[in-house]
Design a protein around this ligand. Structure first.
Ligand code: ATP
Length: 235
């Protein structure tokens, strides 16, 4: 579905990505793990058209998208849940969800998806008229994921969904990500510093260090890889 081939992405003169190649197949959950500053967020931003790569290609179903604008990429079915949640704090839960569907026209399908996200995260139903900014961190993450789902993504990009959340909430959110992948056949590309949780959820994983991919393998193999265990799992 998504093929990233030898991309190089820069911030001015600083090269953040050095020949990064990643593949995500339809229906998969793929995790990208790595330390702070490794280039994980930049990889997502490159896919989304926010910081397009200077060299290399990004193919969606075989078509190059590295020069496509960010809004067109959403229309093509790639939707990101950004790091730090970034919901609209002054809009209600319902309004935040409606914003997620702003490119869509079919009101019946939008309503259907609204009902679907409320069944995934029943707490959002309870908080429907509450302002986004008054929700807890975990609830905001649930809202951010739900808002992305309202755009009906084929490929959902998640940037550190576990950041700053309590272990129990992380567990709940990761279980729902698995459910989203299975039930609505949404392909997932997940960026995480929480390597343990991410690799337990994923089918395959990539390890990134200093802007380069240093390892790629099945998630099970990465979980038992000695280097990964020492560097990222604290074992
Ligand atoms: P984190 O887990 O902290 O988000 P990351 O793996 O996502 O880390 P990136 O945020 O992609 O890493 O950063 C990769 C490199 O690019 C780092 O060296 C960072 O300092 C640099 N960088 C990121 N954003 C910018 C920017 N807007 N301007 C200049 N340099 C940047």
């Amino acid at each position: 579905m998504l093929k990233i081939q030898n991309i190089q992405t820069f911030y001015g003169n600083i090269q953040a990505l050095k020949d990064v190649s990643i593949e995500v197949k339809e229906g998969e959950i793929v995790a990208l793990i790595g330390a702070n500053g490794a280039g994980k967020t930049t990889t997502l931003m490159s896919i989304c058209g926010i910081t397009p790569p200077r060299h290399g290609e990004i193919l969606l179903d075989g078509d190059p998208i590295q020069n496509v604008s960010a809004d067109k990429i959403v229309q093509k079915g790639i939707v990101q849940v950004p790091e730090g949640r970034r919901i609209f704090p002054d809009l209600t839960v319902q309004e935040n969800l409606e914003m997620g569907a702003f490119l869509r026209k079919n009101k019946r399908l939008i309503q259907q998806d609204m009902n679907y996200v409320m069944t995934l995260f029943p707490i959002l139903e309870k908080r429907r008229t509450q302002l986004g900014g008054t929700l807890s961190g975990g609830e905001q993450q649930m809202l951010a994921i739900s808002r992305a789902l309202m755009a009906r993504p084929r490929l959902l990009l998640l940037d550190e969904p576990s950041l700053g959340l309590a272990p129990l909430i992380i567990k709940q959110i990761f279980e729902i990500i698995r459910q989203i992948n299975k039930e609505s056949n949404t392909t997932i590309f997940l960026v995480e510093q929480n390597a343990n949780q991410a690799l337990k959820l994923a089918d395959r994983g990539y390890v990134m260090e200093n802007g380069r991919i240093t390892l790629v393998d099945s998630a099970d193999n990465l979980l038992s890889n000695d280097d990964v265990r020492k560097a990222y799992l604290g074992l």
